[in-house]
Design a protein around this ligand. Structure first.
Ligand code: NAD
Length: 288
């Protein structure tokens, strides 16, 4: 594959940036990938496993001469990082982010950046419950969606170039309006994570009553359903704080559905339960 950006700077060397670095370097999509990490431990690990071509503790050094800068820090940190890199960005560079929420990131980042750089927000719909520099792997994005949420005045050529990189990493690229993205992700990712966290919390309460049996005999349903509850607490705190309206909307709808099923159980309404599960099974089986 051919080089798409000469130099790419990755800010925050965790699961997503680490996977990007490996995917970009495997496929030779850039001449140099520079990684910034604020903690010594992350920098040491990144160097030890050869995650990037170069690792630095200086944001200014990381973004100097970079043609693409990727903000891969928790959503709540995006604005501060953008403010810090702003004076050091190369004119004409593209800045993107990989945050799980889009409108709040746009509101925080856009005002910080100079007019002569292109800000094109994005979100790879790919991840695992693991975090940190060792969690990354080069195939993470293959056949996964990567949504770009360009702004009305985004330069189409800059958007196309970023889309080219995303596709070259193996992802399926699509474009979406940021508010719509936040509502869709509240249903497909944010609310399910909250419900998984809650289910583990319920098990934790019961564990005292059942003398650890809840954990010891965790059935497949509990294990499958709560795998995502092992995800990074900082990342998820920030997602809920920054996608508040959409998450609350979805949780309201979820609670109504739950009450409906709760009532059907109480009333012994097998027909209603069967009909509901038949419908939801059909929908779930349609998702590959
Ligand atoms: P991660 O925890 O693996 O990595 C985040 C890195 O950012 C860590 O190295 C952390 O030390 C660093 N960091 C935190 N605050 C910082 C700050 N103020 N300044 C500089 N560095 C800072 O997380 P990740 O899973 O790679 O997530 C990164 C971003 O990608 C988040 O915005 C998240 O919403 C988004 N995202 C995550 C997933 C997922 O499943 N994990 C999927 C898609 C998008």
């Amino acid at each position: 594959m051919s080089v798409i950006y000469d130099r790419i700077a990755l800010i925050g060397l965790g699961l997503i940036a680490g996977s990007m670095s490996l995917a970009i370097r495997d496929r030779k999509l850039a001449n140099e990938v520079v990684g910034y990490a604020r903690s010594q431990q992350t920098r040491d690990t990144a160097r030890e496993i050869g995650l990037c071509d170069r690792v630095t503790d200086s944001l200014a050094e990381a973004v100097a001469d970079a043609d693409l800068v990727v903000l891969a820090v928790p959503v709540g940190a995006m604005g501060d990082v953008a403010a810090e890199i702003a004076p050091h960005l190369k004119p004409g560079a593209t800045v993107t982010d990989v945050g799980s929420v889009k409108q709040a990131v746009i509101d925080a980042v856009q005002p910080q950046l100079p007019d002569d750089v292109h800000f094109i927000p994005g979100h790879p719909l790919a991840g695992t419950e693991h975090s940190g520099p060792r969690a990354g792997f080069s195939t993470l994005f293959i056949n996964r969606w990567w949504l770009l949420t360009p702004l009305p005045d985004s330069d189409p050529q800059a958007v196309d170039r970023l889309a080219e990189l995303v596709s070259a990493m193996g992802a399926k690229c699509d474009r979406m309006e940021p508010g719509h993205h936040d509502l869709v992700l509240a249903v497909t990712s944010h609310a399910p994570h909250l419900i998984a966290f809650t289910m583990v919390g319920v098990a934790d309460h019961l564990r005292r009553v059942t003398d650890e049996e809840v954990i010891q005999y965790s059935a497949a349903g509990f294990r499958d359903f709560t795998r995502i509850a092992a995800s990074d607490p900082t990342m998820w705190r920030d997602v809920f704080l920054h996608n508040k309206e959409a998450t609350l909307d979805i949780l309201g709808r979820f609670t109504e559905e739950l009450f409906t099923l709760q009532r059907a159980i109480r009333m012994g309404d097998g027909q209603q339960l069967h009909d509901y599960f038949t419908r939801t099974r059909g929908i779930r089986r349609g998702i590959i």
